[in-house]
Design a protein around this ligand. Structure first.
Ligand code: DAH
Length: 361
């Protein structure tokens, strides 16, 4: 075979070897157009050169295949490695614990439901802001119109740190997502002047000093909602929450009922109850045979809360609500004990790991 043909094969060889080193799909190198082009040259060569040229190409292909096969054998021999696992996945301890393999993992049911809740509110024009897991006395109480020493503070008994804020008060693990109201109102207050309403939902993790039982957890999730504009009234509040609940439970027949309540940060304050989706208001153990399930707190934002954030309550009105996510999810799927969510029990979580969409599949 002449010098020129030899050189041609050598150049392609060098190039393909380089490709093999970096290619993720190494077998694809065998289908490279350069190699195909060389093979199609055979028929055009003088008879005398064909056999040697063909042999050189076959040799090149065999060398490529050998490297590819060695690589595949090595890859198969390597165990799956989850660097986030607390101990070696293939160890006896891991097998005893029955860890989910990485490809069976799924998002926690509370997280996928939280996403769905925020998505529904997004379709209604609400943006989402995450709450925080440590806050101060002003955001927890002062900005929300809880006077110093007011007994309503007792309803929000939660955990505090030894570390204090600049006023010497302990920092607080927030007992509700309402701690974010002041920040959100202040941040978006300027939008109101250009006729843009404040429409924000605030998902977050919350904490209370609870006697833990089937209905109470010390750590749970809430979604707060805040809407402020000109001429907002309580009808807007009821309609917004009703539409949300009908969409969340995918049931247009759901009825809602409000009853008076007391929160320092709303006036009037309401408790929102939903017609029991389990018994269609016939009465069952879940709704304590009343046909209704109390779901969330809400109301018209108190003028003092608006003023504290620099919003003139004579010009603007707003409504707000706070809903417990576990409660919503438990009612949707008939989960009887709130402690399942934080238990880390695989038997519970596996029920929701069938698809990426979790419970909604
Ligand atoms: N933060 C209250 C709670 O956890 C719920 C709540 C009631 C939130 C009324 C609100 C509201 O925004 O307006 O008990």
């Amino acid at each position: 075979m002449n010098q020129e043909l030899n050189q041609e094969v050598a150049t392609v060889r060098e190039h393909l070897m380089q490709q093999l080193e970096t290619a993720i799909d190494k077998a694809a190198v065998l289908r490279s157009p350069e190699l195909k082009a060389l093979y199609s040259r055979i028929a055009q060569l003088p008879q005398a050169d064909r056999a040697a040229f063909g042999n050189a190409l076959n040799q090149l292909k065999a060398d490529l295949m050998r490297i590819i096969n060695t690589h595949q054998d090595l890859a198969q021999a390597l165990p799956d490695l989850d660097v986030t696992a607390p101990f070696a996945l293939n160890s006896e301890a891991a097998k005893r614990a029955g860890l989910l393999s990485a490809d069976l993992g799924s998002s926690h049911p509370l997280m996928s439901e939280l996403e769905l809740i925020c998505d529904i509110f997004a379709t209604m024009g609400f943006s989402a802001v995450e709450s925080r897991e440590i806050d101060d006395d002003w955001h927890m109480f002062g900005a929300l119109n809880f006077p110093e020493g007011h007994p309503a503070r007792d309803d929000y008994d939660t955990f505090m740190t030894e570390q204090t804020d600049e006023k010497g008060k302990p920092l607080i693990a927030p007992a509700h997502t309402s701690t974010m109201q002041h920040r959100v109102l202040k941040h978006y207050a300027a939008d109101l002047e250009s006729n843009k309403p404040i429409a924000v939902v605030i998902p977050g993790r919350t904490f209370r000093n609870e006697d833990v039982d089937a209905r109470h957890e010390h750590t749970f999730y809430q979604v707060e909602g805040v809407y402020v504009a000109k001429g907002v009234n309580i009808g807007n509040l009821i309609a917004t929450l009703k539409v949300f609940l009908q969409r969340y439970y995918n049931n247009d027949e759901l009825k809602v009922k409000t009853q008076p309540f007391y929160f320092p940060f709303t006036e009037p304050s309401l408790e929102f109850a939903l017609s029991c989706p389990f018994c269609k208001m016939q009465g069952c153990s879940i709704c304590s045979y009343s046909g209704w399930i109390e779901l969330l707190g809400c109301g018209m934002i108190h003028p003092n809360v608006l003023s504290a954030a620099g919003i003139d309550p004579n010009s603007y009105q707003g409504f707000a609500w706070g809903v417990g996510v576990e409660r919503l999810v438990m009612m949707k799927y008939g989960i009887e004990d709130v402690r399942h969510f934080e238990s880390g029990r695989l038997a519970f979580l596996r029920q929701f790991s069938a698809s990426k969409d979790g419970l909604n599949s």
